[in-house]
Write a protein that binds this ligand. Structure first.
Ligand SMILES: Cc1cc2nc3c(=O)[nH]c(=O)nc-3n(C[C@H](O)[C@H](O)[C@H](O)COP(=O)(O)OP(=O)(O)OC[C@H]3O[C@@H](n4cnc5c(N)ncnc54)[C@H](O)[C@@H]3O)c2cc1C
Length: 488
């Protein structure tokens, strides 16, 4: 396990020296204002242990001075003011899946765990849905399914609601845009503790920045009001191929990115690599395609994939709950480990998908033993998605017209690695992604980015976001006392 000292240099935005007692002093102040059931500082309690579990398990060792479980915007406001008065570090945790250190984790400071904020409502007249930030998208979907509706959110049931603040890519995105495009109103506790509403009518700049400009930056969202979407039967499933189909599948992915025009059809193509020696049999490799069609009959949308002979085929009619539990339920939880993400962005053409894949495979071969799992995920951004985003006013990325695609590079490192080996393998993986190059003028996807990729700087709206950040976090309280994306 890596030491805190080893991780500190990796983290942006925590350069401000903080008194060792600031966390405990914030906690005792909060204890006088909130009921004891909302404050936990016993490191051995079940709730404390659960709250300090992260998808990137390297963060599990951090010990917040206390964990606060607010159940309203008013509670959040009290907590933020107390943290500010004490000058303590803090972190805001929804689902805990952002792998970047100190984005939703904190050592010795105050952890705001939003898991008790789970209220939801549905208005049948307006078809607007509301949900609070606690819990995971699977719970949110379950609630609205009663009306055969859903919200645009994660493709995996186990991911938390912070996803939407980073944009949020769903299987429904080719039809309705990113998750944040469906926001209609947000309740936000600002860095000074004020509780405000942000929408197209009020605090419009804050509303703009919160639609995909990242969590953890402009305040704490305590309620989302979003346009819900209808759901019925889906045709969906996984096709699992062995690597003798590598070239055929990547060509099919490329064709889908370039030529599919049916917004009801969505895919992710994932290439997986294990650390075992391949003995020239390629048994260390597999390809898992996720195919999802919003409706019972996909027509020819996926025929380039279904023509290729697969080892396993789970496609068929599914409910939305089944769709977001592919390939197997609890895959978010099962995949916990020493995980880190990186992201690339490319236009189709010039075999850009094939080139990126080749370079990634070469890296995987020459770094055997330095990872437990590697995956490379192709995520298409079709024109229908960027059109749907624009039709709703556009988000903080002001997404240029598709098609293009985001590549998610996951690396899961073995536990027990020395700090030096960990740093070296992360630097080498960073260089692989950097040297693969990115398309000019396209935004890097925040939700898949590593902190050092500074994704906000790739947005055409960067200077506008800097202004908004300055307005809502004028004394850099969030910028200095919690992790998050760089606005510098
Ligand atoms: C297994 C897995 C599957 C994924 N699938 C998808 C996918 O399908 N689509 C996609 O777009 N992304 C996906 N992601 C990426 C995911 O969107 C990011 O990891 C996201 O940060 C997760 O949000 P969270 O609430 O779980 O995590 P957290 O780490 O709790 O939150 C993420 C960030 O947002 C901040 N934040 C959270 N809630 C609030 C709030 N209410 N107010 C202010 N700030 C807040 C946190 O402080 C943190 O910085 C996936 C990630 C994993 C690990």
């Amino acid at each position: 396990m890596l030491s805190l000292q080893a991780l500190l240099p990796l983290v942006a935005g925590i350069a401000v020296p903080v008194a060792a007692t600031a966390g405990t002093s914030a906690c005792s102040n909060i204890s006088t204002q909130l009921s004891s059931s909302k404050v936990e500082s016993n490191e051995l309690s079940l709730s404390y242990i659960e709250s300090t579990e992260y998808w990137n398990t390297l963060q599990d060792d951090y010990k917040p001075a206390c964990i606060i479980y607010p159940d309203s915007a008013q509670d959040v406001s009290v907590v933020i003011q107390a943290i500010r008065a004490a000058g303590s570090r803090f972190a805001i945790k929804a689902g805990g899946h952002n792998p970047n250190t100190f984005y939703s984790s904190v050592d010795k400071g105050v952890l705001l765990d939003l898991s008790n904020m789970t209220a939801k409502s549905y208005d049948e007249e307006t078809t607007l849905a509301t949900y609070e930030p606690g819990g995971v998208f699977g719970d949110v979907y379950e609630y609205f399914a009663e009306w055969n509706r859903t919200v645009v959110g994660a493709r995996l049931a186990g991911v938390g609601t912070g996803l939407a603040l980073g944009g949020g890519m769903s299987y429904l995105s080719p039809q309705y845009g990113m998750a944040c495009d469906s926001f209609r109103e947000l309740e936000i506790v600002l860095p000074d503790g004020q509780i405000v509403t942000a929408s197209n009518e009020t605090n419009t700049d804050l509303f703009f920045a919160s639609r995909g400009g990242g969590g953890n930056a402009y305040g704490i969202v305590t309620k989302y009001t979003v346009q819900s979407r209808p759901i019925g039967e889906f045709w969906a499933g996984n096709l699992i191929y062995l690597f003798d189909q590598t070239d055929a599948v990547v060509e099919a992915i490329g064709n889908f990115i370039e030529y599919n025009t049916d917004p009801k059809a969505a895919i992710i193509g994932t290439y997986e690599k294990l650390p075992t020696p391949d003995l020239d049999l390629n048994l260390d490799e597999a390809i898992i395609m996720f195919l999802v069609y919003d409706g019972p009959d996909p027509g020819d949308a996926f025929k380039n994939f279904t023509y290729i002979s697969a080892l396993l085929d789970t496609t068929g009619i599914k409910t939305y709950t089944e769709v977001v539990n592919m390939p197997i339920p609890f895959s978010t939880e099962i995949s916990r480990g020493n995980n880190m993400f990186r992201v690339g962005v490319h236009r189709p053409g010039n075999n850009s998908y094939g080139n990126a894949l080749d370079e990634w495979r070469n890296w995987a071969e020459s770094n055997k033993g330095k990872y437990e799992l590697l995956s490379l995920d192709f995520q298409p951004v079709p024109k229908s998605l960027t059109d749907a985003s624009k039709a709703q006013g556009g988000n903080a990325m002001q997404m240029p017209d598709g098609p293009y695609f985001w590549l998610n590079y996951l690396i899961s490192t073995p536990s027990g690695m020395s700090d030096a080996d960990y740093d070296a393998v992360q630097a080498s993986y960073r260089d692989l992604v950097k040297n693969t190059g990115n398309a000019e003028g396209l935004p890097l996807f925040i939700n898949d980015a590593s902190y050092d990729q500074n994704p906000l700087q790739t947005f055409s709206t960067f200077s506008k976001l800097q202004e908004i950040k300055k307005k809502y976090d004028p004394d850099s309280f969030f910028a200095d006392y919690t992790g998050g994306w760089s606005f510098a």
